[in-house]
Design a protein around this ligand. Sequence first.
Ligand code: FES
Length: 188
Amino acid sequence: MVQLNLPKNSEVKKGKYFKDKTGSKNLRRVNVYRWDPSTEENPRIDTYEVDMDNCPSKVLDILNKIKNEIDPTLAYRRSCAHGVCGSCAMNMGGKNGLACTTPHSEIDGDIDIYPLPHLKVKRDLIGDLDGLYKQYQSIEPWLKNNSKKETTEIYQSQEDRAKLDGAWLLLQHFLLSADEEKTCSTKL
Ligand code: FES
């Protein structure tokens, strides 16, 4: 099981079971970590039966389907849905990855979904990114030029643009930060 950064003394309990109401013959069980700090309750694992006949291919599609059709209280981050922003990083089937690029067909059996390990959990699948944003701030991750004052638009040459190839991986920082091995071996 995933090692989570849980509040002291908290124990993950068995949660609610959401049975399929569509009558689909093509169901998958999806187990999702749930925790709401505004209650005194322990974290729990809720289980959802999801109709896969009407679900696109990625894990994020499953979460969207659960939120839109089964349980609107589920909380998770997502933005670009194209593997660029890194906001949907989470742990799926025991591996860290981006929910918007991870095919659910690659996960055997029940689909277990947890927040990223090593981050404090704010709620459900949402990790606390405050520390990471502070790190971002400290490295000043924006383009700078050598001229003292900019008074006009500065055009970027194709050669200068090529120097940025690969740097977009920084945007997956939230995922990499939870995976020490990748963080250390990824050259940016
Ligand atoms: S939503 Fe942006 S990387 Fe998944």
